[in-house]
Design a protein around this ligand. Structure first.
Ligand code: PEP
Ligand code: MG
Length: 545
């Protein structure tokens, strides 16, 4: 047995035989031609075929996965007909007197490279679409586009280096037990498709798997942990199969909770929101019935780039999130960089104790221009929905005063420039240091809400580095000191008429749900997969007993 580890992008289990994804990529060579006009004609004929194929894939995807997932193929049709793309191909054919396939390949590579260097995450992701359409067009021109029929009905685990949108769309969905890819991103079509089909998917397993695996090998896939076992023994297969049966029963039970309230048997209601770090998780949050977004970790905007994201780039992302949430509350946490999250272009000094160092609000307050860029984008986005903003790693009222002063400056600048924003955008404080909890009576009058970050609160209260796995024996998340700090925070919030939630991992710990509700916690913001299990827990409690 060989064990591999990737990132699980849809939690479920599978055990079965491997089917290696075979790609039909015709090799393209550069051939000089006597009659470039004939190549232009071949190009046009190939285009017609490609557009026809895309129309078929579109209809097939609409019926299998709905319109939203099929839209990409309409975009592909438009890209194939795009004037700039076609002009570039024709110019290569005419000026170099070369074959159409080579011209498509070259123009496609140029364009795809251009997209891959763009700042906007959405545009960068289009680079793989350009590769996809170029490949289709080349196949159609060269007549290498017949679909291979697979006559076996056996369900298989698809193993691939990565899958393009149209490759995923062409797979026979009834035959797929799981997806495992060497590369890929959590927002890739494979991940989206797996979620829609509710089959396990593990991405980013690495090329070592491709080197070791053969068609027909046995494999088990754990889409929760990202564990992949190649050639497992009988006992291991049976364990995964048993987990699969239990998981299915549990999911069915949880699915029945969609649309229901988060209310205890004796009538106490609590909000359950989602934690996300990337807008790609929004569909999942909505399908799991999140009441809102309780923590949007905005770092991803900075982590994915080679340079600081501009105001416009940030605005675009925040606006998209708010529009998608369609009036539901969205709480965006301002940048929390430093400690375990380092970014090269920030040029931060090495620190002996990074967790106790220059991070989050400390960094933002010492780089006010950078901080104000984010605040401006947030205020501008506020008109697109119900947006709140919160500051991480607060330890003093002085920090909050400084941050609020920058908010006022931003508002005045926007007003002077007649740029619309919501004057009443809510500002919250994260309580994730013991200092903040202890002075929560002083902080509460300065904020519209509190959100308790228990991951850091535990680390700082118990003096246990959250990155250090060796300290597991010494970290007791239920430690009375942590509980008392939370309770103190809740009391001080309510005395000052503001609401208080928990957005750290402890919020989804079912052993603490009753205690938190008894304390008076108003909201629990948890990872998407924990929303419905938490709802089930809340609905089982009777606090009158
Ligand atoms: C926390 O500290 O609990 C929290 C929610 O923030 P992060 O995990 O991003 O530090
Ligand atoms: Mg934190």
């Amino acid at each position: 047995m060989l064990r591999f580890r990737g990132k699980g992008v849809y939690g479920a289990y599978a055990a079965g035989k491997v089917s290696l994804f075979k790609r039909h990529e015709p090799t393209v060579s550069r051939t000089e031609v006597d009659d470039p006009g004939a190549e232009l004609k071949r190009l046009e004929e190939g285009k017609d075929r490609a557009v026809e194929q895309l129309r078929d894939i579109y209809s097939r995807t609409v019926s299998e996965l709905g319109e939203a997932n099929a839209e990409i193929f309409e975009i592909h049709s438009m890209m194939i007909e795009d004037d700039d793309f076609n002009d570039a191909i024709k110019e290569i054919i005419l000026t170099q007197s070369v074959n159409a396939e080579y011209a498509v390949l070259t123009a496609g590579e140029d364009l795809s490279e251009m997209f891959s260097e763009m700042d906007d995450e959405y545009m960068r992701a289009r680079s793989s679409d350009i590769k996809d359409i170029s490949q289709r067009l080349i196949s159609c021109i060269s007549g290498y586009d017949s679909e291979e029929e697979n006559d076996s009905d056996e369900k298989v685990i698809i193993v691939a280096d990565d899958l393009t949108p149209s490759e995923t769309a062409m797979l026979d969905k009834d035959r797929i037990l799981a997806f495992v890819t060497a590369g890929g991103s959590a927002t890739s079509h494979t991940a989206i498709l797996a979620g829609n089909l509710e089959i396990p998917a593990v991405i980013g397993v690495g090329n070592e798997l491709l080197e070791a695996v053969k068609d027909g090998d046995m494999m088990t896939v754990d889409g929760y942990t990202g564990d992949v076992m190649l050639s497992p023994d009988e006992k291991q297969i049976e364990t995964v199969k048993q987990k699969r049966r239990e998981d299915k029963t549990r999911k069915k039970r949880l699915a029945e909770l969609v649309g229901k309230e988060n209310v205890t048997l004796d009538g106490r209601t609590i909000k359950i929101f989602a934690n996300i770090q990337d807008p790609g998780e929004l569909d999942d949050a909505l399908s799991h019935d999140a009441g809102g977004i309780g923590l949007f970790r905005s770092e991803f905007l900075y982590l994915e780039r080679k340079d600081y994201p501009t105001e416009e780039q940030q605005l675009e992302v925040y606006k998209r999130v708010l529009q998608k949430m369609d009036g539901k509350t969205v709480i965006i946490r301002t940048l929390d960089i430093g400690a375990d999250k380092q970014i090269g272009y920030f040029e931060l000094d090495n620190e002996n104790n990074p967790a106790l160092g220059f991070r989050a609000i400390r960094l933002c307050l010492t780089r006010p221009d950078m901080f104000k860029t984010q605040l401006r984008a947030l205020y501008r986005a506020s008109v697109y929905g119900d947006l709140s903003v919160m500051f991480p790693m607060i330890t003093s009222t002085r920090e909050v005063k400084k941050a609020l002063r920058l908010c006022r400056e931003v508002k005045e600048e926007l007003k002077a420039a007649s740029i619309p924003f919501r004057e009443d955008m809510k500002i919250g404080i994260m309580i994730e240091t013991p200092a903040a909890a202890v002075i929560s009576d002083l902080l509460a009058p300065m904020a519209d809400f509190f959100s308790i970050g228990t991951n850091d609160l535990i680390q700082y209260t118990l003096a246990c580095d959250r990155q250090n796995g060796k300290l597991e024996d010494f970290v007791d998340p239920h430690h009375e000191a942590v509980m008392r700090l939370i309770e103190m925070t809740v009391k001080n919030a309510h005395r000052n008429g503001i609401w208080v939630g928990i957005c750290g991992e402890l919020g989804s710990d079912p052993e603490l749900t009753e205690r938190f509700i008894r304390m008076g916690i108003d909201e629990l913001s948890v990872s998407v997969s924990n929303i419905l299990p938490l709802r089930e827990k809340v609905r089982s409690l009777d606090l009158s007993k």
